[in-house]
Every structure is written in C-alpha cells, then in structure tokens.
Design a protein around this ligand. Sequence first.
Ligand code: GLV
Length: 317
Amino acid sequence: MKKIFVTRRLLKENEDKLKEIFEVKLNASDKIYSPSEIIEGSKDCDGLLTSVTDPIDKDTISKLSTKIKIIANGAVGFGNIDCKAAKEKGIAVTNTPDVLTDATADIAILLLLGASRKAYEGRIEAEREGWKWSWDFLLGKQMSNKKIGILGMGRIGRAVAKRARGFNMEIHYHNRSRLDDKLEEGAIYHKDIKSLFSISEFLSINCPATPDTNKIINSKTLNYLPSNCVIGNAARGDVVDDDAMIKALSSQKVFAYGLDVYNGEPKINPGYLKLKNIFLLPHLGSATKRTRWDMAYRATKNLEVFFKGEKPQDLVN
Ligand code: GLV
C-alpha cells in the first residue's frame, strides 16, 4: 500500500476515504507544518496531499525524499508549489479544478457587493446603538446595470460572468487568449489590461498567480481604471501591489475593495485595516462543506489514478 503524507487535517469523511486506499500520515492537530517538518515527516512516504497553506518551493523539493513521486495539491491554484523543480525531480503535481468554481465565483460576487454596498461599515453601524436611517446613510455603489471587467476568464472568471449577467451587467474581460464564441457568451474581449481597465466600473480579479500576473494591479494599472471603481480579488494576493491599492483607496480613486486573499497570508497589510472602504474575508473562496469535500476527494482521486500508473486528469506539470 502506498503511503501518503497529508499536510493539513481534512474533513473526517475525506480522511476515511483516503484510509481505504492508502496508508496515511494525518495531521490531527492541524498545525501548519514548516517546510522542514514536511520534509522530515514525509521521508517514508510516496506522495503528499498538500493545501494552499504549504509553500513547497525549490529548496523544499530538493530536500524531499526521492520516494515521493506526486504532490496532490488540494486547491485549484498551485502557485504555492514550484512545479518546474518538481518535474525536474520526477514529481508529478496535480490540482483540483472545477469543483470549487461555483463556490469561488459566489465569493467573488460577495466581495464586489460587500465592498460596493459598504457591508463592513454597515456592520459597524448596525452594532452601534442609536444608528439612524437617513436619505444619505452609507450610500454605496449599485452593481446592477454597470460594466464589469473580469481579469482572467478561466472557469472561475466565466462563472463570475454568469452571475454578473444576473445583475444585468455588461461583461468585459481580458485573458491570455480570446475565448471562442461559445465560452464568451457575448462578453467583450480586451486584448490588453489598459483597454479592459479603462471601462471597468467593477473589476473582478480571477487570474492565477504567475510570474506574469505578479503585482499586475499596481500604481500604473490602477490609473487606467475609472475613478470610483470597485475591485474584488478572489484570486491571489500576489496579483496586487498593496501599497498602490491602499493609496488608491485612500484617495477614492478606488471607491472600495473586497478581498479574500493576501500577500503573505495570513498576514494582512496593516494599511488595509485603517480603511473603511474595504471588505475583508479570510480566504473563504472554497469554504463550503460540499466544496471542501469535493476538493479533497478530487485530490484523492488524482493520487489513486497516479499510483495505478495512469495519468491523473489534473496533472499541472
Ligand atoms: C484556493 O484558493 C484554491 O486555489 O483552491
């Protein structure tokens, strides 16, 4: 029986399923292991089941046991793993696409709504005794009937577009390549960021974190946006230059920002915490029981298929 090192505690049903197929080393306390703890703990294992909280960089990969042949990441994003270094060492890497698309797109809409309709300030006011309705009380920006720019029109971006159509929004997007008509469903393609940003009254960030998208939202690109726009980030913190964003929020160039992901999570740039025009969540994009179950099940399937000697459907390197 192959042995799998599981870096974080899974839902019980998922751990039971894994145990039916593999010998497993589980993490009952759910402590976030350091790279050296992962290296040490997985010495006698054949594969890893990792999570978004595990940075598996080049150095860590070089020190992993040569027995390890696969890293099944329980996330759609795999920027936490140096896939190239893994491949060079003969280690397959898989992710868990599809199963978290709807949950993450729901959160992307929540971020835009929470930011634009002042959900954070609303909560503070609601808890304050004596708050009073008035004609100009906490006026936000209405999402309905506006133009939305979607940066990254993969599965999640398209699911955001689908929801935005329900708000009667005009859908615009930028992607590495243009989608075919069927996937576009009438969305308007912009071949560069400048063009997309210039019409984005609402901007939803749904692109993966790659060297190309690192800090793609910066002081220069923020300037392309219309004043008083609303931005939501359900992708990765790395995509945004926080200092530039904080400046844009302070000057109201950006009306409000909703974010679920951070540079150096779980740290949050303290500049955000001084602002009221933000709506923060602690990386809840895929946080529904159904979705988490599906993600761990999919990672388990990838491991199972791989150790049967077949190509896992979610191989990313
Ligand atoms: C979550 O952030 C994921 O990539 O699955």
